[in-house]
Design a protein around this ligand. Sequence first.
Ligand SMILES: O=C(O)[C@@H](CO)OP(=O)(O)O
Length: 256
Amino acid sequence: MTGNRIVVMARHGESEWSKNNVFCGWYDSLLSDRGMVEAMECAELLRQSNFKFDRAYTSLLTRAHQTLKIITNQIDQPNLPVEESWRLNERHYGALTGFNKAELVNKYGEKQVHIWRRSFDVLPPEMESSHKYYKAIWRNPKIVSAAYASNEKFPNTESLKETMERVIPYWKDYIVPSIQSGQRVLIVAHGTVLRSLIKYLDGVSDYDICSINIPSGIPFVYKFGDDMKVVSSRKFLGDRRRIEEGIARAATIGTH
Ligand SMILES: O=C(O)[C@@H](CO)OP(=O)(O)O
């Protein structure tokens, strides 16, 4: 039988820093009040469609955990096994972390800020150790222990390209075996992580990926055949108007 392997993905709800229009990346911002509501709405869509899971995958960042917790409570699976990895963290936004997006548009122009946000391979400047948020990131115990446990050098900036280079091996080595063993998988992650998976799974070009934006808190579904070929791609759940508004919101830079 083919087409019976279902994976649900969702971006976390709005964070405090997204609400304030600030580049967030690896900074561990919490969900805003609106983000909590978005996570509830995400959970409700899954509950209405009777989704149940065997395993969830997420990042080390609290905004993703908060979203996942709200979902698992709402679908009556509070003890769902959860795997977390730094490889599912949001892209590291380098020296842009903590800066207001509208202010950077005023300083560098909309085109440059769009390139930093959505291009495939243009890196933001690196975050130096003197950066205001360097210590805050490196004081996150989860990031510190993941760095100790890994032999790799952790990034100080990433574009979508570098993010894909850590996300896709994790997909292949950890998530695919779980799907192939028959587990129903939920992934709660971040905009650039989900764009990485979409680019890889749907074969999106380096150019076309620049215009793909992921709404917060709206689940979407992939179906795979037994050979892990995509049978049905990126089907968002819920109301069409809300989905379109969410995508437009993820694309736009706020004005404040
Ligand atoms: O700041 C960030 O980490 C991301 C997601 O909130 O922002 P953007 O949508 O601009 O990539």
